[in-house]
Design a protein around this ligand. Structure first.
Ligand code: SF4
Ligand code: ZN
Length: 297
């Protein structure tokens, strides 16, 4: 596209791009996703889940660059400190630094504040279930944090790889309900709407974007990833994507077709309310109350 040296090769479309054209393309693609899926409305106060890792850092950076194009939209960065020794300290610091550099209001809440203990303590004896327990509690923490910050929407940094992995994992577990239930599309008004502006950008493109914008930082990896099914799925799907470019996108498209076909059916029926805390839930108790009760026994 120009005479500058290329820094990225896009295998699926056999195209080389220089740093300038590549970063501009990523920003345009994210802006298009936001517009086409009507993710942001004038007056929104957008809480951006900022773990300090690469995806959420890229999301905050991209949104702050796109912000001037939207009317009266405010960004707030929201960090959840789960309490994972040897890992979270460095990422929370990275989150504080990036929010400060970009001049964005930053809120941080911790598991001990919300649930009485750090994830490390809550997990004792159940380390192999770390990611499911962490995920349930973190989603709850984000909803509380976004509510406290007065946010109208919650943006997360899930990328194309994450989304394709989730589809594949839900299929492997036979969890059709989770496959088709999309909280971002909820119209009951009980959930804070969630948006995923990076859901069509690959993990590799996000990494390249951060390097080119001088925002790449090497950070430690969560010690519990070794128990995660996602890790295996990630490596299988990456191999498939390399051999058959487009695989991840096709998985997401399949999920969207199934979601569409299930709309209005029993499987996507409205949720009940948790007996203890009242949040929307598919059972008598929501997953968080169930977890905290099991712990007390
Ligand atoms: Fe939580 Fe698992 Fe992510 Fe660690 S890898 S932060 S335990 S979800
Ligand atoms: Zn509950």
């Amino acid at each position: 596209m120009c005479t500058e040296p290329a820094v990225v090769y896009q295998r699926n479309i056999h195209r080389h791009l220089c740093g300038h054209h590549f970063t501009a393309e990523i920003e345009r693609r994210v802006a298009d996703t936001i517009t086409l899926r009507r993710m942001i409305s004038p007056g929104d106060r957008l809480a951006v889940a900022l773990s300090g890792g690469k995806d959420s850092t890229a999301l905050l950076l991209l949104l702050s660059r796109l912000l001037p194009a939207w009317q009266n939209v405010r960004l707030i960065a929201l960090t959840i400190d789960e309490g994972i020794a040897g890992y979270r300290e460095a990422t929370v610091r990275a989150a504080e630094q990036v929010a400060c550099r970009l001049g964005i209001e930053h809120h941080c809440i911790s598991f001990p504040d919300l649930f009485g203990d750090s994830l490390d303590v809550l997990l004792e004896g159940r380390e192999t279930q770390a990611c499911s327990i962490c995920g349930i509690l973190r989603r709850k923490a984000m909803v509380i944090g976004a509510g406290q910050a007065g946010a109208t929407k919650l943006a997360t940094g899930h990328n194309l790889d994450d989304e394709a992995q989730s589809v594949f994992m839900n299929v492997l577990r036979g969890d059709l309900l989770r496959l088709v239930r999309n909280s971002g599309a909820d119209s009951s008004g009980k959930f804070i709407p969630r948006i995923k502006p990076l859901s069509l950008i690959s993990e590799k493109d996000i990494a390249a974007y951060l390097v080119l914008r001088n925002e790449w930082t090497e950070l430690p990896e969560c010690p519990y990833t070794r128990y995660a099914l996602r890790r295996e799925v990630r490596s299988v799907l990456s191999r498939f994507e390399f051999k058959h470019p487009g695989t991840m996108l096709h998985l997401i498209e399949s999920k969207e077709k199934i979601e569409h076909l299930c709309a209005g059916s029993v499987i996507s029926a409205p949720l009940r309310s948790c007996r203890i805390c009242g949040v929307p839930s598919s059972g008598d108790l929501c997953q968080v109350c169930l977890l905290l009760q099991l712990r007390e026994r």
